[in-house]
Design a protein around this ligand. Sequence first.
Ligand code: PCA
Length: 205
Amino acid sequence: MKTVLLTGFEPFGGDDSNPSGEIARLLDGTVIANHRITGLELACEFGKSLRQLRAHITRTEPSLVICLGLASGRPAITPERVAINIDDARIPDNAGRQPVDKPVVRNGPAAYWSTLPIKAIVAALSEQGIAAQVSQTAGTFVCNHVFYGLMHELADTSIRGGFIHVPAPWNSSFTLDQLVAAIRIAIETAIRIKCDKRETGGATH
Ligand code: PCA
C-alpha cells in the first residue's frame, strides 16, 4: 500500500494547542483511498522542522506529502499555491530564532508551485459546504519555510506535495472534528486528482 505523509506543527507563539499537529496525529495510521496515512508533528523551528521532514520522507517513502499548519486569522481551509524562498519571522520560533530576510535555501529558485490539485481540493470541500479558498501566500514564517523546503526536496522526484493552512477552532466556525473531516477530503482529492482543475479558486485578494 502506498503511503501519504501528513505533517502538522506543535503549538507556537504562546498557543496551548495547534490543530494542524492534532489532525496529523488523529489521521495517523488511517487508510484513505487505499493509501496508508503516516501523520507526524514537526517542531515549529526554522531548520529543525525541515530536518525532521526530510528524515520522515526518507523513512516513509511516500507517494504524496501534505504539510498542514495553523493560520489562526483565516476563516477557511486554504490550500497554498506557492512557496517562496524567504524566512522573515514576525515572532521568534520555538527555539527563539527570528530570521529576517534570509533564504530558505541559498541559491534556490525564488519560488515553487504546489503540486497538489489546489483548485480541485477547494471545489471538493466547497461541494460539501466546507469553507475553502486557494491562498496565494503561506507567509514567511515556519510554514512557508517547511513548504519551500518540501518542494525543493521533491523537485526532481515524482512525489507530489504541498501545504494546507487550517483555521483555529477557537477563532472560526470549525471544530477539530470538522477540520479532520475536511483534511480527509483534501487528501482523498489529492490522491485521486493528479492534474488540477482550471477554474477560479475563489480568492479575492
Ligand atoms: N503555523 C505557522 C507555523 C506553524 C503553524 O502551525 C505558520 O503559518 O507559519
